[in-house]
Design a protein around this ligand. Structure first.
Ligand code: BES
Ligand code: ZN
Length: 876
């Protein structure tokens, strides 16, 4: 639309201001609110089909607002049934595009509004909705306006007093933010509870829950001695699966005191698990609401990865109490202020709770799988975007994961002590405020005594920087020179040089022993720069971007021999892992593009790794894993998923055959004893699954048998899922037997049934497309539950070789699903567009079919804002 206007006015394009698209919200257009609402009283008469919400707003005109500025209260899909101003009925209101506009003239008023809702028909899962017989809310980012009329923007902070009333038998538990201050029984079997949240908060942090729930009740004493009651609320049968989440909560509370000096600030902390939830979890003040998959776990139904996910998400939402709630965001362009920082905080917490090296490998894997492709595609945006149409589309890997990397780089630049001084000042200076990313950086500068002027470019620059590193050596002077340069590509354009501040942890390793004299932090802050390092008699081996100290793509002139050397000797675990990955990636991308290349060096490197007895089993499992097909595709100019799949399988098969004996031995050595969640037992389970994968890849006759045996005797979900993952690709009859058995065993547990759906559609088998289609008609499949939709279709779009079937059937299937889901749940529907949005990266045939699938979606009448924005941007 924008483009058409531009062409029509091309002669005056320079003179005229850029055409304004009314649907686009711009960061530069921020204006402070005209009205503040220091106090809000809410009264809920709760019922699944007919809930009445009465609100009483204490509205105050801002001193900077003009006297004729009307009061505009956002609403979405609601109508007032009664309005009062200063105690009297008031008819002078209008609904303009859903918003309630009141032409008020005074400096302050009391506005009362009544709204009726039908939560049972709320399929978007935004606002107040029913899930499994309970009532719950989701307000971030703009869901509060679906409950009642209010200035639904994060820079309007209010104190909330909430009265909830409901049928006592149907909803015995009534929860809201803050502290419970009174409760009692009403008439006709009803009861009520009064809640008071002493901390002013923006509307997006409001929450309530009503349901028939039980709680795992515990307590925590803060370091200043204040007692906190902790509850995790679930449905009756799930209580014994809440222990891990509770432990994670207590660990998080302690960690935030010790690491950031942050104490909890209420006497009560409630968490509720719900089955229908668009996201992972939500940090509502004192009342976190969780997708049940991030709460419920015991070894029989949850994998080790699930346990870690729970620990990380519980921590994340808890940490928001300071980074997000006490200090919130001025507007949604500042989203990374709370999300990037909080992801960084939860990553650091998990690193401290387990293995920092494994955690870093995992976090970088996620960054590369989700964020790098986003940065390289049509939906690229800086961690602080300039504009959006639908804010829900901006809860992205860029805001979250690249945002976290930017905070991590600050820590690297400042050192942990100054970093802490910076965050202390930030929390102190902005407590109770709605802040900006700029406020954060300024506080870090002031508190941490550092100049971050140039570093700020990370906030406005989209795209992943490419850093070229060349090492040269002068034996005469004993100097080694690291020559660095940086450039950045945006939206498929040719890379341009850039000047970001890029901290690169670097070591030069002795070419014989791999030893080095300590790491250096090279600060690349110009387009091209050289660093001269003394004292290297022999030509050293370069180990750079250790620990993945900067979120960049490294291009170096390192030979396969040097990478093999690093894969055997580098003392930085991430760098060592990275060396193997680069070695394998280099080989596979060369093979796919038909360039002759040596395979033996990889086999030798793997042999050395397998022979190194100092490597612990979990790290070993990481080191011998091949880069994913998706990652390999990202390294190619033009992606051919079939070719990548075939070359990768060949290499996997070769490694499997060559080292079959070792894999068998390792597999046996990981025989599980008594189940335990400790690091050693988990490491064994991990390595056992990876070696099982190799045994299957070696085409030994007993592969299916071994996997089936592992399935049969497993007493935990990690082993079961590992066995099923291997079986899922095989033609052997054990496959169906195991999957049928699994279904029968777990059909009553939705979270486990999700795994059953996912594992089948992740299969490499050629009948997978048909299976996806069949499963979409399975009685247990429903479009109403986001977890189930993601389990089936989300897992399928990750299956490179089958989603990208050359017929285009996979694309059409996803397009049709998006069209159907959009009518029900636009937010979840829109999350599938980026998969098709990468169409420009694929070889001609697929590219065209992907584009056609997008066109089909774009052609639908009445698309949601969510899907429309993503589709149009992907096609532009
Ligand atoms: N504030 C978000 C929840 C949210 C996300 C609300 C999107 C509205 C729209 C929450 O803190 C969050 O970030 N949750 C993540 C999990 C987290 C561990 C990264 C999620 O839900 O995926
Ligand atoms: Zn968050």
């Amino acid at each position: 639309m924008l483009d058409i206007q531009k062409t029509a006015n091309s002669e005056m394009a320079d003179a005229a201001p850029a055409p304004v698209d009314p649907a686009t919200i711009r960061r530069e257009d921020y204006r402070p609110p005209a009205w503040f609402i220091p106090e809000i009283e809410l009264d809920f008469q709760l019922d699944l089909e007919r809930t009445v919400v009465r609100s009483k707003l204490d509205v105050r005109r801002s001193k900077s607002a003009s006297a004729d500025e009307p009061l505009v209260l956002q609403g979405d899909d609601i109508t007032p049934t009664a309005v009062k101003v200063d105690g009297a009925a008031w008819n002078d209101w209008k609904l303009i595009e859903g918003d309630l506009v009141l032409p008020l003239t005074g400096a302050s008023h009391i506005v009362e509004i009544e709204v009726e809702l039908d939560p049972s028909t709320n399929t978007q899962l935004m606002g107040l909705y029913g899930s499994n017989g309970m009532l719950c809310t989701q307000c971030e980012a703009e869901g509060f306006r679906r409950i009642t009329f209010a200035p639904d923007r994060p820079d309007v902070l209010s104190r909330y007093q909430v009265r909830m009333e409901a049928d006592k038998a149907q909803f015995p538990v009534l929860l809201c933010n803050g502290d419970k201050v009174a409760e009692g029984d009403g008439e006709n079997g009803r009861h009520w509870v009064q809640w008071n949240d002493p901390w002013p908060k923006p509307s997006y942090l409001f929450a309530l829950v009503a349901g028939d729930l039980v709680s795992n009740n515990d307590s925590f004493t803060t370091r200043s001695g204040k007692p906190v009651e902790l509850n995790i609320w679930v449905r009756d049968g799930d209580l014994d699966r809440t222990g891990h989440a509770m432990q994670a909560l207590k660990d998080s509370m302690r960690w935030d005191e010790e690491t950031y000096g942050r104490e909890y600030d209420l006497g009560l902390f409630n968490i509720v698990a719900v089955s229908d939830f668009n996201m992972g979890a939500m940090e509502n003040k004192g009342l976190n609401i969780f997708n049940s998959r991030y709460i419920l776990a015991d070894p029989e139904v949850a994998t080790d990865a699930d346990f870690d996910g729970i620990e990380g998400v519980v921590a994340h939402e808890y940490f928001h109490n300071w980074s997000g709630n006490r200090v919130t965001c001025r507007d949604w362009f500042q989203l990374s202020l709370k999300e990037g920082f909080t992801v960084y905080r939860d990553q650091s917490f998990s690193a401290d709770m387990g293995s920092a090296a494994l955690k870093r490998i995992e976090d970088v894997r996620i960054l590369r799988a989700a964020q790098f492709p986003e940065d390289a595609g049509p939906l690229a945006h800086p961690i602080r975007p300039e504009s959006y149409q639908e804010i829900s589309n901006f809860y992205t890997a860029t805001i979250y994961n690249k945002g976290a990397e930017v905070i991590r780089m600050m820590n690297t630049l400042m050192g942990p002590e100054n970093f802490r001084k910076g965050t202390d000042l930030y929390f102190d200076r902005h407590d109770g405020e709605a802040a900006t990313c700029e406020d954060f950086v300024t506080a870090m500068e002031d508190g941490g005594e550092i100049d971050l002027k140039q570093f700020r470019k990370w906030y406005e620059t989209p795209g992943t920087p490419r850093v070229t590193a060349k090492l040269s050596h002068d034996p005469q002077t004993g100097t080694a020179t690291v020559q660095l340069s940086q450039k950045i590509a945006q939206n498929g354009e040719k890379p341009k040089s850039s000047e970001l501040v890029i901290p690169l942890r670097t070591a030069l390793l002795d070419p014989e022993t791999g030893a080095h004299e300590g790491e250096q932090l090279l600060l690349l802050d110009q387009t091209e720069q050289s660093f001269v390092l003394e004292g290297h008699k022999d030509h050293p081996v370069l180990s750079i971007n250790r620990g993945f100290s900067a979120p960049i793509i490294l291009e170096s002139n390192q030979t396969a021999e040097e990478l093999a050397f690093l894969s055997a000797h580098d003392d930085d675990p991430f760098a060592r892992f990275e060396a193997v990955q680069r070695l394998m990636t280099g080989y596979l991308t060369a093979k796919v593009s038909g360039t002759p290349v040596d395979r033996d060096i990889i086999l030798q490197a793997v042999a050395k790794i397998l022979a190194d007895k100092t490597i612990d089993p979990a790290f070993l499992a990481e080191l011998i894993l091949l880069p994913s097909e998706a990652f390999l595709g990202d390294q190619m100019v033009e992606v051919d998923p079939q070719a990548i799949h075939e070359e990768r399988e060949k290499l996997r098969g070769k490694i499997a055959v060559q080292f079959e004996k070792q894999f068998r031995k390792l597999y046996k050595s990981c025989w599980p004893g008594e189940f335990s969640l400790d690091a050693e037992a988990r490491a064994k389970r991990k390595l056992r699954n990876v070696t099982l994968g190799y045994l299957a890849a070696s085409f030994t006759e007993d592969a299916a048998e071994v996997a089936f045996e592992q399935y049969r005797e497993a007493d935990n979900m990690t082993a079961m899922q590992g066995a099923l993952a291997v079986l899922s690709h095989l033609e052997a009859e054990e496959r169906a037997v195991a999957f049928d058995d699994f279904y029968k065993r777990f059909k009553g547990n939705p979270l486990v049934l999700d795994k059953w759906f996912s594992l089948q559609v992740m299969s490499q088998r050629s009948d997978t497309l048909k299976r996806v289609d069949g499963l979409s008609r399975h009685p247990d499949f429903t479009m109403s539950n986001p977890n189930r939709v993601r389990a089936l279709y989300g897992a399928f779009t990750g299956n490179q070789v089958r989603f990208h079937d050359p017929s285009g059937k996979g694309y059409r299937m996803i397009a049709d699903m998006v069209i159907a889901l959009d009518k029900q749940n636009p937010q979840t529907a829109a999350r599938f567009i980026p998969q098709l949005g990468r169409w420009r990266r694929y070889e001609r045939g697929r590219s065209e079919l992907m584009r056609l699938a997008l066109e089909k979606i774009a052609a639908q009448p009445d698309l949601s804002k969510d899907v429309a924005e993503q589709v149009h941007k992907s096609l532009a």
